[in-house]
Design a protein around this ligand. Structure first.
Ligand SMILES: [Zn+2]
Length: 323
């Protein structure tokens, strides 16, 4: 039945499925990182990539851009694999598996963090994990953290609350909590790829692309700053890696995280393709190439559900975005 739905895709011209991952790792491998960011365990990811390689046509970012420019249409059932943020497991787990299947992934990186410090959401996770006592008190409220489940709930809640604030205000709260409740002598750089590592990956066929500089949610910063965030990210990648493609991923990527103004901004800055975390797939003939949907992957997703998501009947890109 899934094969039947999948075959429908062959008749839809320029149809593209974009998969969205964050981390692929064993849960026990890096216990200091927030497990919420794990999209799949390595064996699960391997099965997913095998399915993509056997039943679909994996394409690269360059293939997508060439198709948009009218140079070379996409093959039927095209899949683009994207990974956000640039955690180290990209080079240790994800890339060895995608290479095995000839898949060329895109890695979207917030450039300010490269080779440096933990992402802000990891700082929150660390602060909650190390907070002494049964209840964490923050400017965003107090939460019981007696059990592992409560800690998970508190981290999730705080993350959501920070995302709603103006970005700078949110970061002040996060940095203060991290400053007070992170373990001494922790190596902040151990979980994020460095420029040297990114250079090796780029030479091996990985497309490294812009995801802003500091992972600011665009709708929570002034438009001039949004422009600066996008340009700095693109320019830094170009300077460090020698090239940058005109593609972009919105931080957080939900409809409330960007506006029509940001779409226009990307167009003005020369971007051709930008991805969101709006769930679905779409045709490249769709005019919304600067707010393209993706298919999010999470650990509970069975292989048959994953396969079903790679069909045109699974949540076709609803025309609900107004830009
Ligand atoms: Zn991100």
């Amino acid at each position: 039945m899934i094969a039947f739905f999948q075959n429908l895709g062959q008749y839809l011209k320029g149809y593209l499925y974009v998969l969205a991952y964050h981390r692929v790792d064993e849960y026990e491998n890096r216990p200091w990182l927030d497990p919420e960011l794990i999209s799949a365990e390595p064996a699960q990811f391997n099965s997913q990539m095998r399915l993509v390689a056997e039943k679909y046509h994996p394409v690269s970012a360059e293939d997508v851009l060439n198709a948009i420019r009218g140079e070379q249409p996409l093959p039927p059932n095209s899949v683009l694999v994207t990974v956000d943020d640039g955690y180290r497991d990209f080079s240790e787990v994800i890339f060895p598996i995608t290479s095995q299947y000839g898949i060329k992934p895109v890695l979207f990186i917030p450039t300010a963090y490269v080779g440096r410090g933990p992402f802000w959401w990891e700082k929150l996770f660390t602060a909650v994990s190390n907070y002494p006592g049964p209840e964490i008190s923050t400017p965003l409220g107090s939460f019981s953290i007696r059990t592992r489940a409560e800690k998970k709930q508190a981290t999730r809640h705080l993350t959501q609350e920070v995302k709603k604030l103006p970005f700078e205000q949110g970061m002040q709260i996060v940095d203060a909590l991290y400053h007070d409740f992170s373990p001494r002598n922790s190596d902040d750089t151990r979980s994020i790829l460095t420029w040297d590592e990114l250079r090796v990956l780029a030479r091996s066929g990985v497309t490294v692309a812009a995801h802003t500089h500091t992972h600011a949610l665009l709708s929570r910063i002034p438009i001039e700053l949004a422009s600066q965030e996008i340009r700095t990210s693109q320019e830094t990648i170009h300077r460090e890696l020698g090239q940058s493609l005109p593609i972009f991923a919105y931080p957080n990527g939900k409809p409330e995280d960007f506006t029509a103004e940001h779409v226009d901004l990307l167009r003005d800055l020369g971007f051709i393709f930008a991805v969101t975390t709006v769930e679905g797939s779409a045709s490249l003939s769709n005019e919304r190439l600067l707010c393209f949907p993706r298919i999010g992957v999470w650990p509970g997703l069975s292989l048959s559900a994953f396969h079903y998501h790679l069909t045109p009947v699974y949540r076709r890109f609803k025309q609900n975005l107004v830009y």
